[in-house]
Design a protein around this ligand. Structure first.
Ligand code: NG1
Ligand code: ZN
Length: 519
């Protein structure tokens, strides 16, 4: 019997798909191959399966399915995934048949599944297990790719190339072309301004950034650290480490003031940072990126005179200063708050002409409605616009092209940020100074059952257990400029505590007090 399930093992398709120690995943991979085939037959489109555990340790692995337009799997199918994953060996066939019946799947329909993997040592054998499950007539194994590259290629395939060519080369060509066009608008850039330090987290992002570099015609000059040649994946490096520890990764040598960024293990997240001359570390996270990008887009829209509705989507983890800046200082920019998890942000962003969404941890992108893209195109064909408007319209068009709209993408976000800084003639220090982050703290608390905590208002308030929210409220009242919330993690067996306050000491003290209330 191929890929048997260890009896009694129960796993859940969560916000990050399935994720656990690699040794427990063989049967899951095989079954996700089967499910992807069914999803492909049902949608009559290509489906993606990505083998990765993102920012988690090298020993872990995981798997996520990608729907036809390159977006996350539909929630109903997430529940099929969980049912299929947990069916004991004898129940596997009936469970599959149940999905086929419920979804009225025509089993004669052709299927097509794209499979990709990250650089983990377990990924080769696990992606083979997926392929064993793909009984598709034409499955395609892309081998080593970043998560967003696979999302991109699934979308290209299902839009008959309208979004681009469904190859890694096609991805590099589309993004680099837009990048070169954008940076043409930046005059007199020095080599210093073109230089960027990248921490590849010893993962797939490092390999792919190397492949991409030759397409960039030295308009971006990258010093790559943690390229996988020595260090361990995500170990003391990568976007998650930098964000949570609020310090630079090991393995990176930079001078004070130098612009740096870190990818996570599958290159769908990115954070920027620099250390100033007195040694203070400055983190520019997803909120700072969302601010820079939305401000840039808003200015271009004003210049061309397009009336498009632009909004920023965040989660409760967004720094209060960023929300305050966008809503009050920028005035014009509405801000939405959703539950944690990219699918929620993506969904909310789709409600606007232009939706900029970022999680504070650096996962995010921009969505343009079809109407918005058409209006930008029409503008470019309009012979009545002046030179200034024409320039802005071209910038808008190339911005659309540089962005991977299917999902957050470290490489695409990096190119966009670099282009904006170049065009605005802005240093990383000036970008950082747009607003000052409120000191904050994130803690994990181990509890016997994290599911007793129920939340509402985009996870900003706890409705159960009784008394918890009242306890948090009265603690928060003792501090200045303070905010706090708790929620059960969707990816780890912990409760997360988040706090903000006027000083780091106070944010830490508040986090400690709130942890005790949870415990
Ligand atoms: P959980 O474990 O539910 O907090 C984490 C991240 C999410 C998202 C998911 C999926 C934080 C606080 N949470 O979710 O933003 O990235 O993992 O990978 O960073
Ligand atoms: Zn990731």
């Amino acid at each position: 019997l191929l890929h048997p399930k260890p009896e009694g093992l129960v796993l859940q398709y969560g916000t990050a798909g399935f994720r656990t120690k690699a040794k427990h995943l063989d049967h899951i991979m095989f079954r996700m191959g089967l499910l992807a085939t069914l999803r492909s037959k049902q949608t009559k489109a290509t489906i993606g399966v990505m083998v990765t555990a993102s920012h988690n340790p090298e020993e872990d692995n995981g798997v996520k399915l990608i729907d036809p337009m390159g977006e996350m799997l539909k929630p109903l199918w997430e529940s099929y995934a969980t049912q299929l994953a947990n069916a004991e060996q004898g129940d596997l066939l009936p469970t599959l048949k149940d999905v086929i019946n419920k979804e009225a799947i025509d089993m004669n329909q052709e299927a097509n599944v794209f499979v990709g993997k990250d650089t983990r040592s377990s990924s080769a054998i696990l992606s083979q297990a997926v392929l064993d499950g793909v009984s598709a007539l034409s499955g395609h194994n892309y081998g080593l790719v970043t998560t967003p590259q696979l999302h991109y290629m699934v979308c290209c395939q299902n839009t008959q190339g309208k979004y681009g060519e469904a190859t890694v080369e096609g991805y590099y060509r589309k993004l680099s072309k837009a990048f070169i066009q954008l940076t043409k608008n930046a005059s007199n850039r020095t080599d210093d301004q073109k230089h960027l330090c990248v921490d590849g987290a010893n993962g797939i992002g490092a390999l792919k950034v190397r492949e991409m570099e030759s397409h960039l015609q030295r308009e971006l000059q990258i010093s790559l650290f943690n390229d996988g040649s020595k260090g361990k994946l995500n170990h003391q490096c990568g976007a998650d480490f930098v964000k949570v520890q609020q310090k630079p990764p090991t393995g990176i040598k930079v001078s004070p003031g130098e612009r740096c960024c870190s990818f996570d293990g599958d290159a769908d997240r990115i954070v920027y940072y620099f250390t100033d001359s007195d040694g203070t570390f400055h983190l520019l996270d997803g909120d700072k990126m969302a601010t820079l990008i939305s401000t840039f887009l808003k200015e271009l829209l004003t210049q061309v005179g397009l009336d498009l509705k632009i909004a920023v989507v965040q989660t409760a983890y967004a720094n209060g200063s960023s929300t305050h800046y966008l809503e009050d200082t920028m005035k014009v920019l509405p801000v939405r708050c959703t539950k944690t998890g990219v699918k929620h942000l993506h969904h909310a962003a789709q409600e606007f002409d232009i939706g900029v969404y970022f999680e504070a941890n650096g996962h995010g992108t921009v969505l343009f409605s079809q109407a918005a893209e058409e209006k930008i195109q029409q503008l470019l064909e309009d012979s009545n616009i002046n030179d200034k408007q024409k320039r802005a319209a071209l910038l808008l068009q190339n911005t659309v092209n540089i962005i991977n709209q299917t999902v957050g993408d470290a490489i695409s976000d990096m190119l966009l940020i670099e282009a904006i800084l170049a065009i605005k003639g802005m240093t990383v220090q000036q970008w950082d100074a747009i607003y000052r982050d409120l000191p904050n703290r994130q803690l994990k608390v181990k509890v016997s059952d994290r599911r007793v905590i129920d939340t509402t208002d985009a996870e900003r308030r706890a409705v159960s257990p009784a008394g918890l929210q009242e306890a948090i409220d009265s603690t928060v009242k003792k501090y200045t400029q303070a905010r706090s919330f708790v929620r059960p993690s969707g990816t780890e067996d912990v409760v997360r505590v988040y706090t903000e306050a006027d000083t780091q000491e106070n944010a830490d003290a508040l986090a400690h007090e709130v942890s005790l209330a949870v415990f």
